[in-house]
Design a protein around this ligand. Structure first.
Ligand code: ATP
Ligand code: MG
Length: 394
């Protein structure tokens, strides 16, 4: 029986210069963590390939493959069979892998195929083209349902001749990006909507560790609404690793704004308070930026003028990865990463509960700051920060 090995390919990491090994080490660590409940395996790498070599066949390959497609830094993965780098053994293994693949194709005939070889082991007596031609010819003779077609194949049999030789037929797409933890930490403002989980995913994909903050207006928003946000954080954490979610009680601040400030400015004033609190939570958790799901013009609080007023309240960079995207583009990503179904569950968000009928779409900073002075935000924000609830989401 041949040993099975998972091969993971890297993308952007391979473009790194002197510090490349730091990124590789981080990726190996993240891969190990993501597959820790799949069984014992050794992870090593060489050139642009990472190898997951399980200690025995009890290893949960299927789960490991699923997990690895969510590890940032990996561009694609394959489940390969391994043998020694000797031509006869490679030929036998190629036959075995092709036979196995054809069994899964249910008696189909006239199947177009090709063989593609990479030869990393320069001492191997045949060159890659010769290996492909020899093995392709053999498979063509041995399996009557196969036809060689190098331009438009349905099956490609990949052979990688390295210290050992790996043979496989399928390549599964990964997420790409950079390994989480290779690029600092940022604090995601996570609502229960469609946008913010996608924003967190996108920045996480650049190698950034996440923590999250959620503003919660109990009893105007329900316990279920909070649970939904926890579920969303867990879904994002499947890609980024554990996310510490800081839940901030926001009811008193919203009530004070509602009572004291002109309703047409209340949303912008509320969002300024969120940003100030988020900056403080971020600093306490070692973050050097905030992340929001804002997109220019999507709602009244996201016009150029409103974002100008909101942004002025915080003193650290704010990443808005969705800023130039259409809603449909964001929806497509959320479906792809698996957060959409949870995001559309119909629980209320603290923003929507207190939404004014006629929000001002072009507020000026001067009027917002004047209006904001009508309530004691400093004290209320201190109290809110003292009463946060922390939930670890993984
Ligand atoms: P989303 O789909 O992410 O809820 P949205 O389209 O509803 O976004 P807004 O309600 O204006 O837009 O919120 C803009 C951004 O502000 C959100 O993407 C999120 O980053 C942050 N935000 C809004 N409400 C909350 C909340 N209750 N807790 C934490 N962050 C929030
Ligand atoms: Mg929202």
């Amino acid at each position: 029986m041949y040993r099975r090995v998972i091969i993971a390919r890297i993308g952007e990491i391979a473009l790194k210069g002197l510090n490349r090994s730091k990124f590789e080490q981080r990726l190996a660590k993240n891969m190990k963590q993501a597959t820790s409940d799949c069984g014992e395996a050794r992870i090593h790498w060489s050139q642009s390939r990472f190898y997951v070599e399980p200690e025995n066949e009890n290893y949960n390959y299927e789960l490991a493959m699923k997990r690895l497609t969510k590890v940032f830094g990996i561009v694609s993965i394959s489940l390969a069979f391994e043998t020694e780098s000797e031509f006869d053994k490679v030929r036998e293994l190629s036959y075995f892998v092709m036979e196995r693949k054809l069994l899964s194709m249910d008696g189909q005939t006239n199947i177009r195929f090709k063989v593609e070889t990479k030869r990393g082991l320069k001492s191997f007596p045949l060159q890659s083209m010769q290996i492909s031609a020899e093995i392709g010819g053999m498979l063509d003779d041995d399996f009557e349902q196969l036809l060689v077609d190098v331009h438009n194949p349905e099956i490609t049999l990949y052979i990688e001749v390295r210290e050992n030789t790996y043979v496989y037929t399928d390549i599964i797409k990964g997420c790409g990006g950079m390994p989480v933890g290779s690029n600092g930490k940022a604090c995601l403002l996570l609502s229960g909507g469609i946008d913010s989980p996608v924003a967190g995913y996108m920045i996480g994909k650049r190698g950034v560790n996440l923590c999250a903050v959620h503003f919660y207006s109990y009893p105007y928003t329900s316990e279920r609404a909070k649970e939904k946000v926890v579920d969303l954080a867990k879904l994002v954490a499947k890609y980024t690793g554990t996310i510490k979610l800081v839940v901030v009680p926001f009811t008193d601040i919203q009530l004070a704004i509602d009572e004291n400030c002109r309703s047409e400015l209340s949303t912008v004033i509320m969002r300024r308070s969120m940003m100030r609190i988020a900056c403080r939570v971020a600093r306490m958790n070692g973050c050097s930026a905030l992340i929001t799901g804002e997109s220019v013009g999507q709602v009244a609080s996201q016009t150029m003028q409103a974002i100008y007023c909101t942004n002025e309240a915080c003193d650290m960079p704010v990443y808005r990865p969705l800023i130039g995207m259409d809603k449909m583009e964001v929806v497509a990503i959320s479906q792809d990463i698996g957060t959409f179904e949870t995001s559309i569950l119909p629980y209320e968000d603290c923003c929507t509960v207190f939404t004014p009928k006629h929000p001002k779409t072009k507020p000026s900073l001067k009027e917002v700051v004047e209006e904001e002075a009508r309530y004691n935000y400093k004290e209320l924000e201190n109290i809110a920060i003292e009463n946060v609830e922390v939930i670890s989401c993984s």
